[in-house]
Write a protein that binds this ligand. Structure first.
Ligand code: HEM
Length: 396
């Protein structure tokens, strides 16, 4: 079923994962409400009709069975014309050789040399706002740091930072029309193509040159494959870190005891990062059902789509007692903010490193802060949730 309406299935519960007013007001609060009110796996008529997982166990089952729940479209409704993102939109067995090729570039020891640079970038960005005593956090900090890191990691010339950042921020802006976003995507693709062509002609000591020189199944990759990998990195690694920072800071603005812990004992910050990811995971990933299957009382048919909201895993009482509370005293932080199974985020070490460095620098330099105009911020719905703005203030 692609663009037409699928026949209704049961149990049904009306929910629009992109435009539900509750989602737009407060994504996490709305999904929490659904968890309490809707069936474990339910059908909604929105967006051509699709299933929604509403328990941590159903989300994990879907992610761990790629032979039944395919990533071939990664959109609801499925869009067969969408360009393939490698490796995220590949199923087994095609997925594995690309993943194996990419994995070494994202291991802890491979990204360790970036640490110093991330610290420098963070300090520089904080210097630009610290004395003002206030900022719109998403545009001044959260959307900037990941762009700098991505450019540095991938090998983009840093003199293009402002131009590239502008493109990125406009691309992820929820208010961009599909035409505007398409035009921006073309510009980003243009930058990527230029970079890949330059490094194919003259390799340097950067990640993109090393990817170009890597083999997949005993052969070099084509220009199209390299572009697909590059564009996925862009989509996967920029907006996500921004959102993790924004949702995390919004919580901290209202949790003085946790802020005090981070100020007094910076060694707790890795726990803080993990707990905030658990409580405020923000991806709901789509899958395409390739064979008839039963899932927690629902009968799914081949050709159906299903949405797997990842926060539900961290909100599962059986995995994390008292899941609503944010606490850094947990023995384990069990969550699926980075996914689960074969597509588990390749950038998770890098993302954690960025977040830890950021919170350390913030609490050392700025300390306590508060949210101004609470309720003014709004969420972007869809499969990667975002806070569109977050006004913070502190005593400078
Ligand atoms: C807090 C930040 C991040 C979060 C929450 C996050 C989350 C995720 C999730 C949930 C998936 C799996 C999606 C699915 O199963 O459909 C994923 C995949 C992926 N992520 Fe991340 N991500 C983050 C940062 C990054 C960064 C910084 C990079 C790299 C620069 C990155 C690169 C990737 C790649 C390449 C994949 C595809 C892996 C595969 O298909 O095998 N991510 N990410």
């Amino acid at each position: 079923m692609t663009d037409s309406q699928a026949p209704a299935r049961s149990p049904a519960f009306e929910f629009d994962y992109i435009a539900d007013p509750g989602v737009l007001a407060d994504w996490h609060a709305r999904y929490w409400e659904l968890k309490e009110q809707a069936p474990p796996v339910f059908w909604t008529g929105a967006h051509g009709g699709h299933w929604v997982c509403n328990t941590g166990s159903s989300v994990q089952h879907v992610l761990r069975h790629p032979e039944i729940f395919s990533s071939r479209y990664l959109s609801i409704p499925p869009n067969p014309n969408q360009p393939k993102m490698i490796p995220e939109m590949l199923d087994p067995p095609e997925h594995r050789p690309y993943r194996q090729m990419l994995r070494p570039f994202f291991e802890s020891k491979a990204i360790a040399p970036l640490e110093e640079r991330i610290i420098e970038w963070t300090d520089q960005l904080l210097s630009e706002v610290a004395d003002a005593g206030e900022c719109e956090f998403v545009s001044t900090l959260a959307s900037r740091l990941p762009v700098a890191v991505f450019m540095e990691l991938f090998g983009f010339p840093m003199e293009k930072f402002d131009e590239f950042r502008h493109l990125v921020v406009s691309f992820f802006n929820a208010r961009a029309t599909p035409e505007e976003r398409n035009a921006l995507a073309q510009q980003i693709i243009g930058h990527l193509a230029q970079l890949i062509q330059a490094r194919m002609a003259e390799p340097r000591d950067d990640m993109i040159s090393k990817i170009i020189a890597s083999d997949v199944d005993g052969r070099r990759m084509s220009f199209e494959e390299l572009m697909s990998i590059g564009f996925l990195m862009f989509l996967a690694g920029l907006d996500t870190v921004t959102n993790a920072m924004s949702f995390g800071m919004r919580h901290l603005a209202h949790d003085p005891a946790l802020r005090q812990r981070a100020i007094d004992d910076p060694d707790t910050i890795p726990h803080l990062v993990e707990e905030l990811l658990r409580r405020y995971a923000f991806v709901a990933t789509p899958r395409y059902v390739v064979e008839d299957v039963e899932l927690e009382g629902a009968r799914l048919r081949a050709g159906d789509s299903i949405l797997a909201p990842l926060p539900l895993v961290g909100w599962d009482e059986a995995l994390n007692p008292d899941p609503e509370t944010v606490s850094i005293e947990r023995q384990f932080y069990r969550h699926a903010a980075f996914g689960s199974g074969i597509h588990t985020c390749l950038g998770l070490h890098l993302a954690r490193m960025e977040l830890i460095i950021f919170y350390r620098a913030w609490f050392r330099r700025i300390g306590h802060f508060r949210q101004v105009d609470k309720g003014d911020e709004s969420c972007r719905g869809g499969s990667v949730m975002a806070l569109e703005n977050l006004h913070l203030a502190w005593d400078a």
